[in-house]
Design a protein around this ligand. Structure first.
Ligand code: SF4
Length: 278
């Protein structure tokens, strides 16, 4: 069986930076270090950091006074920032700079009187963080039906922002629907979907038609890993997401001679010594 590696694949710069921030906090201040939400959506990274003394929490009420707290790569709302400051935690912010860029844009345009449509997945921590930059005037749409139904406060000054880890194709369709309904809407100067998400999806687009089956390494909560699997399936290539080698099912490979292998931006890149890169 021939295994073909996607290029690029695996960890992005934002994920490496976030992991390093927790490791350096552990080295400098010693355990425990509290981390709000999984620092990145990777089961193995989270287990490893737990073993070193990181404690992952969802609610700041779980953090004791005077503790050191790290915000995950997904970013946090202004309410979380205010609460952390009010409770006197030593905060390290591991928000990916590409997520921060979206937060800064929202704050800047809000001051100019804009409202926002955010394209993203409800409940994803990055979406909660970006929506939470404002107390009102930001509306989430997950699909074209949501665009048709959304009620904005005013449409004269309306801007679009997106989650950074969406399917590029889905986001383009939803954005087109927003522009049909609100022709004067302001688009981001540069697309909010980050380069790491985009170029991993581009690699799968090239690879999927040339392999019999695609394996995506990624944890189930990882948005960009899920999008890679969906993209391959849309292109007609069976695709499976695995957190580890033990999740591989021999039946997936029966009668297949060429297997594509990629990894989401929050997953360690699969074995670099495999024989061939795409
Ligand atoms: Fe940053 Fe994109 Fe990586 Fe998320 S996937 S951490 S936005 S570079």
């Amino acid at each position: 069986m021939r295994v073909v590696l996607a290029q690029p694949r695996g960890f992005c710069a934002g994920v490496e930076r976030a992991i390093e921030i927790v490791e350096r906090a552990l080295e400098k201040y010693g355990p425990p270090i509290y981390v709000r939400h999984e620092i990145v959506h990777n089961t193995y990274v989270v287990s490893d950091l737990k073993a070193k003394g990181a404690i992952f929490i969802e609610d700041l009420c779980e953090v004791p006074p005077g503790a050191t707290l790290v915000f995950s790569a997904h970013g946090v709302s202004q309410a979380v920032r205010r609460e952390a400051a009010a409770r006197g935690f030593s905060v390290f912010d591991a928000t990916c700079p590409l997520v921060t860029k979206v937060h800064v844009e929202v704050a800047k345009l809000h001051k100019e009187g804009y409202e926002f449509i955010m394209i993203g997945h409800k409940g994803h921590p990055e979406v909660e963080g970006t929506m939470g930059q404002l107390s009102e005037g930001i509306y989430l749409v997950e699909d074209v039906a949501d665009v048709d139904a959304v009620q904005v406060g005013q449409s004269e000054k309306l801007a679009v922002v997106t989650q950074t880890t969406l399917s590029v194709d889905d986001a383009a369709q939803i954005l087109a629907a927003v522009k049909r309904r609100f022709p004067a809407v302001r688009e981001p100067k540069q697309q909010d979907i980050c380069y790491a998400t985009q170029n991993r999806q581009d690699a799968v687009k090239v690879m999927a038609p040339r392999v019999d089956v695609l394996v995506v390494v990624g944890s189930p909560t990882s948005s960009n890993s899920n999008r890679l699997r969906e993209l391959a399936e849309r292109l007609g290539t069976p695709a499976h997401m695995v957190d580890a080698a033990g999740d591989l099912e021999p039946a997936w490979f029966a009668g297949k001679s060429k297997v594509g292998l990629t990894a989401g931006a929050s997953a360690s890149p699969p074995a670099p010594r495999l024989p061939r890169c795409w």
